[in-house]
Design a protein around this ligand. Sequence first.
Ligand code: ZN
Length: 244
Amino acid sequence: MRPVRRGPSPVTKDFDDYTKALPDLIARIGRYCSYCERPILTQLAVEHIQPKSLPHYEHLRGRWENFLLSCVNCNSTKKDKDVQLSAILLPDRDNTFAAFTYRADGSIVPAAGLADPVKQQAQDTLALTGLEKRPADALDENGKRVAIDRVSRRMEVWAITEDVRADLLADTDNAALQRAAIRTAQASGFFSIWMKVFEGEPAMRNRLIDAFGGTRASGCFDAATGASVSPAPNPDGLPDGGKI
Ligand SMILES: [Zn+2]
């Protein structure tokens, strides 16, 4: 899950209509689902971290700090579950890249070596959005076969990323090929898969970090090596940030 910095609100008060925040969010953190990392060209929605449908979060309906972006699948799985900021990991305030391991079989699991409470928070974060589901889990909570879609798409992008890496290794120092690789990454999405496949290759990792909006600004990656920095520096001082 790609860590991002949303940055200060572009408006002085809360948004009167939260949908108006969409262009600013896309400009700051890119046109991707904040949870599953898919590029979303249509139906990308302003996501309320703490759901606006719950009465005790009604006051956060137009609050910039409560916004991310999400696809309909993650949104409908998360629904109106009560989200305690201290209980789950969030890409705008935690190093969610350090928290999870992406595998070639399309699965996502908590990173090895996590200790509680972060391990539990990582598991609960996957469960909140259904990202821990396997293809065998035929139906998501919304009754759609979206688990299959998200897992299979991760497998496809993993294969694409391996192909791109093989091409780059066969023709090192080819700047045009490197730029094409980044454009492919931006189009395919799944930042975390690209970063995993290019583990140990700092130059490419740094290009990826710079290519996805709001990622470098999160402070969750070392400027020289592209290695993950944990805990997240949480530059905007968001509540319960920096759990990992
Ligand atoms: Zn999603």
